[in-house]
Design a protein around this ligand. Structure first.
Ligand code: NAP
Length: 280
């Protein structure tokens, strides 16, 4: 679908302009909801980012997604909401009047996907999060916001997890990988936010037989869709939430902010994106 001069258009700002599923997702919703609008990918180099973002509407856009390497600078070029400020990165921009606002929709993408896949997951007191990078920040913030009592952050580089735990506040504890074995038996939620298990990466070596029988397992990796971690969890009969679900759920809010209607994550949309993932 292409944008006419009058119909609203949004874009994904990145550098380089990598292949992204976002146009597929937003065009599907525009068609489904019978809305005029467009969504394009804009390759913007770091030296051009400030001009592009600060004049987003003059460039013809009502808002944007922001991806690597621009998420941190996009935050400083806009007025962030509490989530983007806490995560330290913005992935969605929109206008409130003439004010350019920003948020981080990975937080609700993660949480809403869990709600959809494993209702009641929040009954757990202890969540174990592997990784302490940008995605972990969004995940841990979402867990605290949702009221999970203790979040254990496991990271290869422990000081990075400590910094994150200190910044997030609440009961977030930085722990080394060696502590995982002791934490698994009381972890009602296990989340992988590292790239381990992704195609081309080393596998994630973790003994999920140690998890309690009602644990929920989530993996942010979505290539492959069914990661070895998720496959092992499903083989044990545990409930799971995958990375593609998070990707689809994180797109909902941007669409609503730009085009005025809240879209749904449907099985049809998921199948469409799965087919695209299988091609590339
Ligand atoms: P990031 O900021 O680079 O952080 C990567 C994290 O993984 C760090 O904690 C890093 O540990 C750890 N790590 C990397 N390689 C490792 C290895 N070989 N062994 C152990 N730990 C390792 O990346 P990110 O933005 O958080 O993204 C992480 C993953 O989440 C990526 O696979 C990304 O595609 C995925 N993701 C998915 C979604 C979704 O919607 N499904 C959204 C966002 C991200 P150190 O601190 O020790 O380096």
């Amino acid at each position: 679908m292409t944008a006419s001069r009058k119909s609203p258009a949004a874009c994904l700002i990145g550098w380089p302009a990598a292949h992204s599923r976002s146009p597929l997702i937003h065009h599907y919703w525009l068609r489904k909801l019978d809305l005029m609008g467009g969504y394009s990918i804009e390759a913007v180099p770091p030296e051009g980012l400030a001009e592009f973002v600060l004049h987003l509407s003059s460039h013809g856009f009502v808002g944007a997604n922001v991806t690597i390497p621009h998420k941190e600078r996009a935050l400083s070029l806009s007025l962030p909401d509490a989530r983007a400020a806490a995560v330290g990165a913005a992935n969605t921009l929109w206008y409130e009047g003439s004010q350019l606002r920003s948020t981080n929709t990975d937080v609700e993408g993660f949480i809403n996907n869990l709600d959809a896949c494993a209702p009641g997951w929040e009954a757990t007191k202890d969540a174990l999060v592997l990784g302490a990078g940008g995605a972990s920040r969004a995940v841990a913030y979402g867990l605290i916001e949702r009221g999970i009592r203790r979040v254990h952050l496991v990271n290869r580089t422990l000081p990075r997890a400590r910094v994150l735990a200190d910044q997030l506040g609440g009961d977030v504890r930085a722990v080394p990988w060696a502590a995982v074995v002791d934490l698994l038996p009381r972890a009602g939620l296990l989340v992988n936010t590292t790239p381990l298990g992704m195609h081309g990466q080393r596998p994630l070596e973790i003994d999920i037989s140690l998890l309690p029988p009602d644990a929920v397992v989530s993996d942010l990796v979505y290539v492959p869709l069914r990661t070895p971690l998720l496959a092992a969890a499903q083989a044990r009969g545990l409930r799971t939430a995958d990375g593609l679900g998070m990707l689809l759920h994180q797109a909902v809010r941007g669409f609503e902010l730009w085009f005025g209607k809240r879209p749904e994550v449907t099985a049809e949309l998921r199948a469409l994106v799965e087919a695209d993932l299988a091609k590339h």
